[in-house]
Design a protein around this ligand. Structure first.
Ligand SMILES: C[C@H]1O[C@@H](n2cnc3c(N)ncnc32)[C@H](O)[C@@H]1O
Ligand SMILES: [Zn+2]
Length: 432
């Protein structure tokens, strides 16, 4: 007997070899999709009737700082450097492990509610984020942020903690947790330090998560310091490879795009954060055209201000249409692929597609809504009209985390109340 069967669904497989099923059935056993088709002879303990809904791969958020949910709306409408140095970092200096746990739980709850099944995170007190992921049932690639800031000693301490974290949690939570090294950015970490981090990551077989060319200020600072941009500097020290997840990549030249393509670097595009901080417009259209793997991320809640990847999809589609003056840029299907297939590739998970043998990371979107009626094209609706709050059921690794809008894995009210309290106390400490 199978564990879960989903039936009577419009199945958006994202599998180019299979296409969609108008009235499909998915069988889940031992965390995996074992069958997908029109009908099944199997029976299961749990049968979900998904009539009137769309079943699709869970969304993948490839760049977050989960615990920053506590800073949602804390410092809006500022330049990145001012925002980070004068607002975010002083506030983060007051963070405790408990705060990070509560903020991460809130993030997990928000992601479960909005159809995100896996995410890549870079932050501090990462044991706490890992515990929140373990409890909430999500899948994640986690890294401790390494911010050397021209202080060798700080670099060493951060790297030591990063290594401890990588080793402590690699493959934890039944394989749902992967760990990475998280050197913050080429303008907050030195060349020597970045080379060292790469070497440690190689030894541990772990990936690397880094911010790259988010702002013009970074580009100018790098040119002044090294006589070349971040991408060339990172390439020259042998940093790049398919094990690298590079967030933002806004200020790229054509030559930089070619380097990213050649090295198989995974790019996380964060349109809402880039727009809110006015960092610029990443050349996503060009990257996709040249074959770079571009996925989607929200960034932290202080620069977004939520974790809703549906909103991110729509924003990506619209931003690149207006920036290229071409309504054919980033069509809905391509954006949906960025949020699923490309994200899964970036994190190296067997997810992002509904196909027999893949891990069962699945979401069910309720289409019986005024803003989703009528429905001529499911893909169009998911990108241009649906919201995270239309997700009714979220499944990760075959386990149902939210069933028909009811979150089963967390005490929702308690998570919200505790995060609210932690955030208030944190800001009181910052202002004291
Ligand atoms: C891991 C570190 O990254 C910081 N952080 C959060 N958002 C951004 C961003 N858009 N660019 C650079 N750093 C950021 C966090 O505030 C934390 O200090
Ligand atoms: Zn970030």
């Amino acid at each position: 007997m199978a564990d879960v069967i989903i039936k009577n669904a419009y199945v958006l497989t994202m599998n180019p070899d299979a296409g969609d099923l108008k009235n499909g059935t998915i069988v889940i056993e031992d965390g995996k999709i074992t069958e997908i088709g029109e009908k099944t002879k199997e029976s299961a303990e749990t049968v979900i009737d998904a009539k009137g809904s769309v079943v699709m791969p869970g969304l993948v958020n490839t760049h977050t700082h989960a615990a920053m949910t506590l800073f949602r709306g804390y410092a809006d409408d500022l330049q990145l450097a001012d925002w980070l140095e004068n607002h975010v970092w002083p506030a983060e200096a007051q963070l405790t492990a408990e705060d990070v746990y509560k903020g991460s739980l809130l993030a997990c709850l928000e992601m479960i509610r909005s159809g995100t099944t896996s995410f890549a995170d870079m932050y501090f007190f990462m044991d706490e984020t890992a515990k929140a992921v373990e409890l909430s049932g999500l899948r994640a690639s986690l890294s401790h942020g390494l911010i050397e800031l021209w202080n060798k000693e700080k670099g060493e301490t951060d790297l030591k903690e990063g290594k401890r974290f990588v080793r402590a949690w690699q493959g934890a939570a039944g394989g749902r947790i992967k760990t990475m090294y998280g050197p913050h950015a080429p303008n907050t970490c030195s060349e020597e330090f970045l080379a060292k981090v790469k070497e440690e990551a190689r030894k541990d077989g772990a990936g690397l998560h880094i911010h790259v060319l988010e702002t013009e200020a970074e580009l100018l600072a790098m040119k002044e310091k090294y006589g070349k941009c971040s991408v060339h500097m990172l390439d020259d020290i042998g940093f790049f490879g398919p094990d690298v997840l590079a967030a933002h990549c806004v200020w790229l030249s054509d030559g930089d795009i070619e380097i990213l393509r050649k090295r198989g670097v995974n790019v996380s595009h964060n349109p809402v954060s880039n727009m809110k901080l006015a960092s610029g417009i990443a050349p996503v259209h060009k990257m996709l055209e040249r074959g770079v793997n571009v996925s989607l991320g929200t960034d932290g809640c202080a620069s977004n201000n939520n974790l809703d990847l549906f909103e991110e999809m729509k924003t990506a589609a619209l931003l690149h249409k207006v920036s290229t003056c071409s309504p054919t840029a980033l069509p809905a299907h391509q954006v949906l692929k960025m949020a699923t297939v490309n994200g899964a590739k970036a994190l190296g998970t067997e997810t992002g597609m509904l196909k027999a043998g893949m891990k069962a990371d699945i979401v069910i979107v309720d289409m019986k809504k005024p803003h989703l009626t009528p429905c001529f094209d499911v893909t169009s609706h998911l990108v241009y009209s649906a919201k995270g709050s239309d997700v009714r059921t979220t499944i990760v690794d075959g386990k149902i985390l939210m069933d028909d809008y009811k979150v089963l894995v967390l005490d929702e009210q308690k998570v919200i109340e505790e995060a609210q309290k932690a955030a208030e106390e944190l800001v009181a400490r910052v202002n004291a």
